[in-house]
Design a protein around this ligand. Structure first.
Ligand SMILES: [Zn+2]
Length: 92
């Protein structure tokens, strides 16, 4: 048994909290349930997790969570980051 990682709430650096992570489906899951929302980074080199959404069925486009239902932290990592990235990436 590995030492248990210290519990953390959802945050952009460490990702989702344990409660949410356990209930989340893997990337590419096509049924209903909670799935992570990933976007391509500005540089198109990487996928970045920007939040989580709930899908009612395979056809549902999903609804973003504003906050984690368990720890209550904001899951909207996306809006903030987007604007920060645009600012920061002024490129000399
Ligand atoms: Zn959480």
């Amino acid at each position: 048994m590995e030492a248990k990682v210290e519990y953390h709430s959802c945050n952009e650096t460490d990702g989702f909290c344990e409660a949410l992570q356990k209930r989340m489906n893997i990337v590419g899951h096509h049924g209903k349930g909670i799935v992570p929302v990933m976007v391509m980074t500005k540089s198109y080199t990487d996928m970045k997790t920007v939040g989580a959404m709930y899908k009612e069925s395979a056809k549902d486009r999903g609804l973003m969570f504003n906050h984690c239902p368990w720890c209550g932290e904001s899951l909207r990592w996306f809006d903030k980051k987007e604007s920060e990235q645009v600012d920061a990436k002024g490129d000399k």
